[in-house]
Ligand binder design. Structure first.
Ligand SMILES: [Zn+2]
Ligand SMILES: [Zn+2]
Length: 359
């Protein structure tokens, strides 16, 4: 993979623009959830970098923060955890020579590095796991600060906008795919086909070329899109696939797809839920859980929590190798509210990205 040094951008101003969360509550298009603020540009501390943000992806987790399912550690908070930018300043003690380099920032802001989870490579489960844009300010801003150990080089072949969804949807999707323990030739299902699904489909076709991939999506447009990307079958959430599936990844915020997914599994099948929180809207569906239909014959259910740095680097490496083609819809920083409302309504396909700087 090639990495080019970037020209130093303009001098760093004392003040910057940021779109911040000031209060929590249900997303109401009449009351935009984020406010444009002019705040002091942060200073990098020990072993930290200051990044000029080029682009920041818009993730469903931002809705979970705003609506209080995984609330920010404090308010106001700058969300955003799929960030691509150039390093413009290094704090004391930086060792990785990243000044003027293009780097990415993902959901993992930091982990303790010394607990049992961290030591065995599962830093995503660290009790001191902190998330970018929830526990520390993220990338819905012109500048952000992050520890240099929690950044990733972005391969030259991947553009700023296209790299952003890889840092969350792609990386978490990659982790979900690993947790499926799929063998080449085994049938995979994807329920929900948004930012993560369309990347996982492309990764799965590359890693498991002989596996059929079935996509369950409510919207006919998403089903057509899945067909274009090489899904072998696409149907509605509760449609019956042509044959039982060995593993299914659920990226929806709802409960019906969990039951439908468990029912569609083959004996020994694995359902992996890739969602930081499920919404309450249809949780009454769970009363329909039937042991014989949904669980019997060694079916298993697991979840994906956060990401490790390994997941992020591997996703970027794989994306350059395939090459992966994320479909993105750009917005300006000031249009972040519109992007979130569009995300909530599911009205556009692919990933939504705030573009802060043309490069
Ligand atoms: Zn995300
Ligand atoms: Zn730890």
């Amino acid at each position: 993979m090639e990495f080019t040094e970037h020209q130093p951008p303009q001098p760093v101003p004392a003040e910057m623009r940021a779109m911040r969360i000031h209060r929590l509550g249900p997303l109401d298009p009449g009351r935009p959830p984020l406010t444009l603020d002019h705040i002091a540009t942060p200073e990098p501390g020990k072993a930290e970098l200051l990044i000029r943000v080029h682009a920041c992806g818009v993730c469903h987790t931002e809705l979970d923060e705003i609506e209080g399912r995984t609330p920010p550690a404090r308010l106001p908070m700058t969300p955003g955890h799929q960030v691509v930018g150039t390093v413009v300043r290094e704090g004391p003690g930086c060792k990785h020579e990243l000044l003027h380099r293009r780097v990415g920032v993902a959901w993992i802001h930091s982990a303790c590095g010394s607990c049992a989870w961290c030591l065995e490579g599962r830093e995503n489960l660290c009790p001191e796991f902190r998330a970018c844009g929830r526990d520390a300010p993220g990338g819905y801003a012109e500048y952000m600060v992050i520890g240099e150990d929690f950044t990733y080089r972005i391969p030259d072949s991947i553009g700023d906008l296209e790299a952003t969804p890889l840092l969350c949807a792609g990386a978490v999707g990659f982790r979900a795919l690993r947790l499926c323990r799929l063998e080449n030739g085994e049938a995979l299902g994807l329920t929900g086909f948004g930012a993560s699904g369309h990347l996982v489909l492309q990764m799965a076709r590359h890693l498991y070329p002989d596996s059929g991939i079935c996509v369950f999506a409510r919207s006919p447009a998403e089903r057509d899109f899945a067909g274009l990307l090489g899904a072998t079958w696409a149907g509605d959430t509760t449609a019956k696939p042509p044959a039982p599936l060995d593993a299914i990844i659920d990226t929806t915020p709802a409960w019906l797809p969990v039951l439908a997914g468990l029912e569609a599994l083959a004996p020994g099948g694995r359902l992996v839920i890739n969602a930081i929180r499920k919404e309450d809207g249809d949780c009454a569906e769970l009363t329909g859980l039937d042991y014989d239909r949904h669980l019997w014959r060694e079916k298993s259910l697991s979840t994906v929590a956060n990401v490790t740095r390994h997941d992020v680097s591997e996703c970027l490496r794989l994306a350059a190798e395939i090459p992966l083609e994320p479909h993105v819809t750009p917005y300006t920083l000031e249009q972040a509210n519109e992007a979130l409302i569009a995300l909530k309504s599911g009205s556009t396909r692919g990933a939504k990205v705030l573009r802060l700087l043309e490069t």
